[in-house]
Design a binder for this molecule. Structure first.
Ligand SMILES: [Zn+2]
Length: 471
């Protein structure tokens, strides 16, 4: 990765190392004003704090593990910059693994509340950053985070993925005002947190194809600027899963950069479209079902997304095998389900608490009559070019599986304790839970999705050929 020293007017004539891409991306981020990413940059925490929050007191928040990783250095930097501490560092227990549950958000929020003018400087990876983000957001306060692992693209994104009543959803709240990502710290994070970051990032490959599709069909136009923020560094960031799995510093820096850029792209686009497609919808389904939340450590977002990425690429592979003659308008029109049938199917498959929202999304996507005819005609017209573009964008499901294996992430649904029937059923449920147009939806519109899933799980299909993880 290329790094450039750059001159920053806001802080006087000081040089710091950071990624050129991230610097450019910060100019369009709506909530994040500063990111310092590079070697030995923790000592810039204090200066970032005084620049972003002049005159404010700090509350340092960490858990036992993240404080051990870099807490002393963060505190020293804040002290050196003359920042006043509202209280001693607040440290959640490190064991069992801190869990991004709403009860922890409430604990932190009520702890912060009386320190009226204080700003949180959290030290953590996905869970702690999300807890601090939502707790601060609910009090209408900004915050900043010192990243300790490259585990998610959520560091620089708005919204926090938080569990409540046994299931996980994303709650809206602003992104951090500032982030410190010290490569020395990030590269020394536990292997599972590095592998999970790879799982979250690799889904941007099929998510890109989903967006190309939605754009071609006139459903959701590609924003070139946002697209380039994610897709520009993506392949380089994903290029060497073996090196990432072995802890190679340069390779892990690339992963961190990819995940930071993805969060900034969501801010620039004010949408998660650039970062999340059908593959993420597998993960969201399992998160809403509470799968793995009570494990120790809890099953991570990126581990579920990685499996969803293989699944999405397998569906895409089937779609790309089709020719214009396979897009049968009469069959599509005859396959449209009535609103009552759509609703009944959603309610029969999903847990009660997921149903109402999924019914809304599914009915919104339901397409019939002239509109459906026009969509399929447009698909036919664009197919030769669209198919080539998507082929160039995608990876094969086998390639994704190999990469996840190389990085040390789960690479088969069995490895995250999703059994065969549940996995197959998730293919249907995942289509229902969001209104974002993806590869699921074109196949539903064509009236062939059930057949595609059936094929994938047949003996000749991808999953039929990969019934169990190879050892
Ligand atoms: Zn994600």
């Amino acid at each position: 990765m290329r790094r450039i020293p750059y001159f920053d007017n806001t802080r006087g004539k000081e040089e710091k190392m950071s990624s050129e891409l991230i610097e450019k991306a910060l100019t369009t981020a709506t909530e994040t004003h500063d990111i310092v990413f590079g070697d030995n940059v923790t000592d810039q925490t204090g200066r970032m704090f005084t620049t972003l929050f002049p005159g404010k007191k700090v509350l340092v928040v960490a858990d036992g593990n993240t404080f051990a990783a870099t807490g002393d250095a963060v505190v020293a930097s804040l002290k050196e910059a003359g920042v006043d501490f509202a209280d001693d560092p607040y440290i959640f227990p490190g064991t069992p693994t801190l869990y991004a549950g709403y009860e922890n958000v409430e604990v932190l929020r009520e702890y912060i509340r009386p320190f009226e003018e204080a700003i949180v400087c959290s030290i953590g990876s996905g869970s702690l950053n999300d807890i601090a983000k939502l707790a601060s957001g609910e009090l209408g306060r900004e915050y900043m985070n010192v990243c300790t692992a490259p585990s998610v693209d959520g560091f620089a994104a708005f919204g926090a993925s938080i569990a409540r009543d046994g299931f996980k959803i994303t709650r809206s709240c602003p992104a951090p005002a500032g982030l410190i990502a010290d490569t020395e710290v990030v590269c020394n994070s536990p292997q599972r947190l590095i592998a999970t970051g790879y799982g979250d990032l690799i889904e941007k490959i099929p998510a890109g194809a989903d967006w190309i599709l939605a754009d071609a069909l006139g459903i959701e136009a590609i924003n070139e600027y946002v697209w380039n923020m994610v897709q520009g560094p993506l392949r380089a960031s994903l290029a060497d899963p073996v090196a990432i799995g072995k802890g190679d510093k340069q390779a892990i820096e690339g992963l961190m950069e990819g995940n930071l850029m993805s969060g900034l792209a969501m801010q620039a686009g004010q949408s998660s479209r650039s970062a999340s497609g059908a593959g993420h919808q597998f993960s969201h389904t399992w998160e809403m079902e509470g799968h793995g939340l009570d494990w120790e450590p809890p099953l991570s977002h990126g581990f579920k997304v990685g499996i969803g990425t293989i699944a999405s690429c397998a569906i895409w592979e089937e779609f790309l095998k089709m020719d214009v003659e396979d897009f049968d308008i009469d069959h599509a029109l005859a396959s449209v389900k009535s609103p009552e049938e759509v609703e009944a199917k959603v309610r029969s498959l999903l847990q009660p608490r997921m149903q109402d929202e999924a019914v809304r999304h599914s009915l919104k996507k339901r397409t019939e009559g002239e509109k459906l005819v026009a969509r399929i005609n447009l698909l036919k017209e664009k197919w030769p070019e669209l198919r080539e573009r998507c082929k160039a964008q995608l990876m094969s499901p086998g390639d994704v599986m190999d990469r996840l294996k190389a990085v040390g992430a789960p690479y088969h649904p069995e490895l995250i304790e999703i059994d065969w029937e549940r996995f197959r059923e998730t293919h249907v449920k995942a289509q229902m839970i969001r209104d974002r147009y993806t590869v699921f939806d074109i196949l539903v519109d064509l009236g062939v999705y059930d057949k595609v899933v059936e094929h994938l799980f047949s003996e000749e299909g991808f999953w039929g050929q990969h019934r169990h993880p190879e050892v």
